[in-house]
Design a protein around this ligand. Structure first.
Ligand code: KG4
Ligand code: ZN
Length: 338
């Protein structure tokens, strides 16, 4: 079965082609240069750029895969969560192509795509604990044995990547900020600046990152002359420790034997090291997809779509894009993870 996948939830336009769940092509057009001067994604500009890129990106993916549109057996596109104007571009394109070709269409939850990105390279048995850390999301999921998902906890405010981006803006390091902070932090003293480790009362698996940037600003103002490397390393340590310790608690709650960490922030070396340490200490195996699959891409969307299409499932062409799209229910107090 040949599946075409389309991703346009934020600022990357992606198209991928899979044959029976194996990647034939995975093309991403990045808009970093468009949004860089603004220090963050401008939704209106992102949507307009998706309109420009979506058809050429699909054409390139088909060409790289060595197949034509006539060979495609099903089409998957991200339907949410994300920026609605952006989602609509990929979703409408997918629906139009599916209608014209007379093949089934499925709308995919972007977060499920991230969680399944590991499966393109590695056989990962369910259940597993999935940690999604990107510019738009920071959440932990229990990928259940029955194929569904239970949300264990999430950030109450900024996502981890958003925190990196805002800190980088504050420190004049450009956008996107995560990579810049990691580079500047090399060789810095991660204990130089005292920053809080915010916890959410009564919700051990929820996180909060928005207070960190205020604390960073106050800390920097109160410590003139502190080397930028020390500031960046201290900030990175605060975010990384928050994510790693929340993951440790989640392993405790779920008894997970496998932990999957994905999303753009999982590119961070300090986070990878901390997650590997925590998983090892808690007796779990850590699985991190290759970097090109951690960041937004369409292969992960095509894969999640393929799992449904091969079961004969499809969505009606009336399916709409949605900004908020929960992936499964939240874990109820006292509920067991199976
Ligand atoms: O998954 P992604 O490409 O797009 C979203 O779905 O958001 O993630 C982008 C985010 C940005 O916030 C970026 O600053 C962050 O991932 N990021 C990093 C690193 N590389 C990218 N954060 C920390 N360290 C990195 N090396
Ligand atoms: Zn994403």
């Amino acid at each position: 079965m040949i599946v075409l996948g389309i991703e346009s939830s934020c600022d990357d336009t992606g198209a991928a082609v899979l044959r029976d769940g194996h990647e034939l092509a995975n093309v991403v057009a990045s808009q970093e240069a468009v949004h860089g001067p603004f220090g963050g994604v401008v939704p209106e500009l992102a949507a307009r750029n998706h309109v420009l890129h979506v058809v050429p990106v699909i054409e390139r993916a088909l060409e790289q895969a060595g197949v034509g549109l006539v060979d495609v057996d099903g089409i998957a596109a991200t339907r949410g969560p994300g920026l609605v104007g952006c989602l609509l571009v990929g979703l409408c394109t997918a629906k139009a192509l599916a209608r014209r070709r007379g093949v089934p269409f499925v709308g995919v939850n972007h977060i499920e795509g991230h969680l399944l990105s590991i499966a393109l390279d590695t056989d990962v048995a369910r259940p597993f604990l999935g940690v999604v850390v990107s510019g738009g999301h920071s959440a932990l999921y229990w990928a259940r044995a029955d194929g569904g998902y239970t949300m264990l906890g999430q950030t109450r405010d900024d996502a981890a990547g958003e925190a990196f981006d805002k800190a980088a803006k504050l420190l004049d390091l450009g956008y996107p900020g995560g990579r810049a902070i990691e580079e500047v932090a090399r060789g810095g003293d991660a204990h130089a600046l005292r920053l809080p480790r915010p916890r959410v009362k009564g919700a051990a698996l929820d996180m909060s990152f928005s207070g960190l940037k205020t604390a960073l600003w106050q800390g920097v103002s109160a410590s003139p002359g502190m080397p930028l490397a020390d500031v960046a390393a201290s900030f990175q340590r605060a975010v990384v420790e928050t994510l790693a310790e929340t993951t440790r608690r989640a392993i405790g709650v779920t008894g997970a034997a496998r932990v999957v960490v994905t999303g753009g922030v999982s590119a961070n070396g300090a986070l990878r090291d901390a997650m590997a340490r925590v998983a090892h200490e808690e007796g779990a195996v850590l699985l991190v997809p290759p970097l090109r699959r951690c960041t937004d891409n369409a292969a992960m969307i095509a894969y999640a779509g393929w799992l449904r299409l091969r079961r004969g499932e499809s969505d009606p062409l009336s399916l709409n894009a949605v900004a908020e799209l929960p992936l499964g229910p939240r874990l109820a107090p006292g509920e067991a993870c199976v």
